[in-house]
Design a protein around this ligand. Structure first.
Ligand SMILES: [Zn+2]
Length: 158
């Protein structure tokens, strides 16, 4: 395998520290990994600038590249800004399987302030209600399903 592909494989397998069921590649946070002058350069776009997990994610990617035998450098790419649209279809399936409703509808600032209609990840019912603005992390809100009574996290559109 060529070095760049091997480096991508190592970096893309890093789980998100807040949602360990998905990888940084599933979330679209890891933009690219290239070999530049013998150094694996991983370009990372944080989910949002205030997300406390950003540094942990960067350190984990750097460590994964080092473990795979690379000299590593992380470059933070802020533009274009990450949106939940970047979460891959595979990533959305994994979130659902983990009991987290993936973001619905187009991303955007309005989504931050509106209360979206959310599908229950367990039973698929649309009859859900928001019980808390913030779930286990600031990136998520807590919902409850009226059909199956299960509380669940919703990954907010950003
Ligand atoms: Zn349900």
């Amino acid at each position: 395998m060529v070095a760049a592909a091997r480096a991508w494989e190592a970096a893309s397998a890093v789980p998100d520290p807040e949602v360990p069921c998905v990888t940084v590649a599933d979330l679209g946070i890891l933009r690219s990994v290239e070999i530049e002058g013998g150094v694996a350069v991983a370009r990372v776009t944080p989910t949002y600038s205030g997300c406390p997990a950003t540094l942990a994610i960067e350190l984990a990617i750097e460590a994964a590249l080092r473990d795979a035998g690379f000299e590593a450098r992380i470059e933070r790419v802020l533009s274009p800004a990450w949106t939940t649209d970047w979460i891959t279809p595979e990533g959305r399936d994994k979130l659902r399987a983990y009991g987290i409703a993936p973001p619905e509808g187009p991303a955007g600032k309005a989504a931050l302030f509106s209360v979206p209609e959310v599908t229950c990840p367990r039973c698929g019912s649309r009859d859900t209600t928001r019980i808390s603005e913030f779930g286990s992390t600031a990136c998520k809100a807590q919902y409850q399903c009226r059909a199956c009574a299960e509380p669940f996290d919703y990954f907010k559109c950003l």
